[in-house]
Ligand binder design. Structure first.
Ligand SMILES: Cc1cc2nc3c(=O)[nH]c(=O)nc-3n(C[C@H](O)[C@H](O)[C@H](O)COP(=O)(O)OP(=O)(O)OC[C@H]3O[C@@H](n4cnc5c(N)ncnc54)[C@H](O)[C@@H]3O)c2cc1C
Length: 450
């Protein structure tokens, strides 16, 4: 094995996990963390893997998407989850931690690993082999270097995320499939059209706008103030400009007739297919800062969405993230160098668990590449493999960050009506697939220590 040290840039959740996986496979690793020499606007300590906001990694139940992802990570030997278990505080079935104990433990384990050195200071250039895991608040100089390397449009600085609902939760006796004026706007759309349309009467629309404006919002952090431009304005801000603003904007009914009446509705909420299989549907134009219970309450007023199951909630944040389907390879490396990998929130995943999971796989894959093997992605029957598939195959024109959810994974071969049983069967299949993948591809390489 080469004596060249691997650089891991960013000592957050993804970077710490990636460094650990590389070190455990016998590679010398230098992890570069800019704190405390240079702070981010959200972190407060010099610990590695500081949790900047909530203290929970969410559910541990495998019938929950986050729980399933964690079970897969455990099968791959996640160090971050071992530290989380050791710092666990009571929170029912959620894995919540004492954030101070957790981050101190990650820092101590990483610093004391014989194969890892921790350098404190900002990195401003990209040198292979490396894992870049600098997170949603990547420093400006490194962001410039990434844009220079991958292309100016590759890195966004804010997200404006619209909610996604599952297809099976949309009431098809109300929502109808059609594109405006029957014109397809999306490659690969089926004969019935690219969109599902939720028609509103005048009374339904006006009641909806009144609740949307009055709903409780998350106001974010001071640094999180987004300079809204028309394409990413929160739907509640647009609604507040006047009762008809949305009806002349994303909810315009033109070119659409409700098949139940043959007439043009007063307003139409459109849902756009988010994945090739049509399991996930994005509520077009509904980027929002409403609090999650308010999103559930208000958006379920939309005709056809009364029983909506939310696979992703809307949000708007300061967030540096790559347009991964356009800019990266399937294992999330630069297209011109398989040894420049990206991991964590900067790749367009969303959340603590997802970020650590991509760090884990980046560590395994960079180790494989440095050992002369190909990068490998777990099958899409697993939550981790499905997340990677999304990052590589999502439509680059509409790419927004994504969290773990069951809309990402392949369907079972036959229909199961009982939702809980269906989730259990998906989880059993995922864990079996991950065990097999791990056995074949993730193992320690020759010369590994420990
Ligand atoms: C304000 C805020 C609140 C959030 N709340 C939540 C939440 O409650 N739950 C949740 O699941 N997710 C939350 N997130 C998202 C969260 O940041 C990610 O889920 C997770 O921290 C991402 O892990 P990461 O390793 O990719 O990035 P981070 O954990 O942010 O780690 C990146 C590291 O890179 C370092 N760095 C940046 N640039 C450089 C450079 N040039 N050189 C060297 N080091 C550098 C940073 O100092 C940082 O330590 C929040 C994000 C923000 C900004």
């Amino acid at each position: 094995m080469s004596d060249e040290a691997v650089r891991v840039i960013g000592g957050g959740l993804a970077g710490s996990e990636a460094a650990w996986q590389l070190a455990e496979r016998g590679h010398r690793v230098v992890i570069h963390e800019m704190r405390p020499v240079k702070q981010t606007p959200a972190h407060h300590t010099s610990h590695l893997a500081e949790l900047v906001c909530s203290n929970t990694f969410k559910s541990t139940e495998t019938t929950n998407a986050h729980g399933l992802l964690k079970a897969e990570m455990r099968a791959l030997g996640s160090m971050i989850l071992q530290c989380a278990d050791a710092a666990r505080v009571p929170a029912g079935s959620a894995l919540a931690v004492d954030r101070e104990v957790f981050a101190a433990d990650v820092t101590a384990r990483v610093e004391s690993h014989p194969n890892i050195e921790v350098h404190r200071g900002e990195v401003t250039r990209i040198d292979a082999p490396c894992v870049i895991a600098t997170g949603p608040l990547t420093s400006d100089l490194l962001a410039d270097a990434i844009r220079e390397r991958l292309g100016v449009g590759a890195l966004a600085f804010y997200d404006a995320i619209a909610p996604i609902v599952s297809r099976e939760s949309i009431d098809e006796s109300i929502a109808f499939a059609a594109s405006r004026y029957d014109r397809e706007t999306m490659e690969g759309a089926g004969e019935e059209g690219s969109y599902l349309n939720c028609p509103m009467s005048r009374e339904e629309y006006e009641a909806f706008i009144a609740e949307l404006i009055a709903a409780d919002q998350f106001h974010g952090h001071e640094f999180d103030k987004v300079p809204y431009f028309e394409g990413c304005m929160p739907v509640e801000v647009a609604a507040n400009r006047g009762v008809d603003t949305l009806r002349f904007g994303p909810l315009k009914p033109v070119g659409l007739a409700d098949p139940r009446t043959g007439k043009r509705p007063w307003a139409v909420v459109q849902l756009r297919r988010e994945d090739r299989h049509g399991r996930m549907w994005n509520i077009v134009g509904f980027q929002t800062r409403l609090r999650i219970p308010e999103q559930q309450r208000v958006l379920r007023m939309i005709p056809g969405l009364a029983g909506a199951e939310f696979l992703r909630y809307g949000s708007i944040h300061r967030n540096s993230y790559l347009n991964s389907p356009a800019a990266l390879s399937p294992h999330l490396s630069a297209r011109d160098d398989a040894k420049v990998l990206f991991a964590g929130q900067i790749t367009g995943v969303e959340g603590y668990t997802e970020s650590a999971a991509t760090g884990l796989l980046a560590g395994i894959n960079l180790s494989r590449i440095l050992s002369g093997l190909n990068a490998e992605i777990p099958p899409p029957a697993t939550m981790l493999g499905a997340l990677y598939r999304y990052m590589s195959e999502a439509d680059p024109a509409h790419f927004q960050p994504m969290n773990a959810n069951f809309g990402l994974v392949d369907d079972l071969p036959h229909v199961i009506r009982d939702k809980k049983r269906k989730r259990e069967m998906i989880a059993e299949r995922s864990l079996a697939a991950m065990a097999e993948w791990s056995e074949t591809y993730s193992g320690a390489v020759p010369n590994a220590i420990g």
